[in-house]
Design a binder for this molecule. Structure first.
Ligand SMILES: [Zn+2]
Length: 266
């Protein structure tokens, strides 16, 4: 039994010798194949280009788009809105003369109460300058005899004065331009704008009958460049309109600021 078993074993070992070699060769081949594939995948993973391409491919596949033409992102354009939102006066220059202000120390008209024209004019002028600047205008605050008035070039010039404090019974404000204006159309428009806006802002009535030669021949009209539209406003009478002139600086300033805007923006 044992001899025959040995011979059987011998036979079977002879029979299985070749398949074992084949199995070994097959396993070795599989290992080589797997190693080769692994090295290729590693090489590909190290390549950013491939990763990017792959990612884009996945994205476009998911979104159903074409991989060659990436879909541009629609971004809201802020610039046009910003331009529309800002007011137009960029680059416009305005000169505001604070009547009687300056190193001369001239108070202008003076009331018994101590109310001085120069103080009223200056307070209103400062408020107008501040308001116009906040709206984007380039504004010069000028003294009565400011050296900058000679050949002054701007889109508008407004001189601010107030009327006497003597008991005339007169009340109201008035606006004038140069009698011998070189640009009467433009200056009339500036004057009309100021009449409208100052009246509605202060409630004071126009006092046309007391426009003097001094107003129409105001010295600054002869000094500024002829192309600069100029006007002079008398805010009201220091006595009769004292309640406005002494207390309503903001209203008066608003009236003048609106008048300048009316002239420049229409
Ligand atoms: Zn004056």
């Amino acid at each position: 039994m044992s001899a025959s078993r040995r011979s059987t074993n011998k036979r079977s070992s002879q029979k299985t010798g070749q398949p074992r070699t084949r199995r070994f060769l097959r396993s070795a081949w599989v290992v080589v194949l797997v190693l080769s594939l692994a090295s290729i995948v590693l090489a590909l993973l190290q390549s950013n280009d491939w990763l990017t391409t792959w990612t884009r491919g996945v994205k476009t596949t998911l979104s159903g788009g074409s991989s060659s033409t990436p879909t541009p992102t629609a971004r809201p354009s802020l610039t046009p809105r910003r331009i529309l939102a800002t007011p137009q006066p960029r680059g416009r220059r305005v000169g505001i003369v604070a009547g009687h202000s300056g190193p001369e120390g001239d108070p202008g008209a003076v009331c018994d109460s101590g109310l001085r024209e120069v103080d009223v004019n200056r307070a209103v002028a400062l408020a107008v300058v501040s308001a116009l600047r906040s709206e984007g205008y380039d504004v010069d605050l000028l003294d009565e005899f400011d050296a900058r008035l000679h050949g002054y070039h701007a889109d508008a010039l407004v001189a601010i004065h107030s009327d006497s404090c003597i008991p005339t019974g007169l009340s109201g404000f008035k606006v004038a331009r140069a009698a011998d204006s070189a640009i009467p159309e433009a200056e009339d428009r500036l004057v009309q704008c100021l009449y409208q806006t100052y009246e509605s802002a202060t409630g004071l009535a126009p006092q046309l009958s007391t426009i003097t030669e001094d107003m129409e021949n105001y010295h600054a009209f002869r000094e500024i460049e002829w192309q600069t539209p100029g006007a002079i406003i008398e805010l009201g009478f220091l006595l009769a309109d004292g309640h406005v002139l002494a207390n309503e600086t903001d209203r008066m300033a608003y009236g003048i600021t609106s008048g300048v805007r009316c002239f420049l923006e229409n």
